[in-house]
Design a protein around this ligand. Sequence first.
Ligand SMILES: [Zn+2]
Length: 79
Amino acid sequence: MNELIEILEERFVPVEIIKLLDGIDKFDVDNYAVEHDICPLCLGELVMRRYKERRPDFWGFPAYEEMCDLVCSRCGEVF
Ligand SMILES: [Zn+2]
C-alpha cells in the first residue's frame, strides 16, 4: 500500500489520491487480475482449460459441446 501511494504521489496530489483509493473496489481488483490472467486468490497464472460437455443426443448420436474456462495453475480455482 505504501509503495502504491509513493507511485501515485509522483502524479497526483493527496486529495486526488484519496479519491482514487476510495474508488477501488475489491471486485474491480479481482476483475482486473482475471483480465490479466492472474489469480486474485494466490496470484498464480490462469490457464485456459478446454473440455467437452455432454449434451442430449442429437438424432441418436451422442452430442458434445466444447466448453472452456479459466483455471488457476497454482490453486486450481475456476474463474
Ligand atoms: Zn490461484
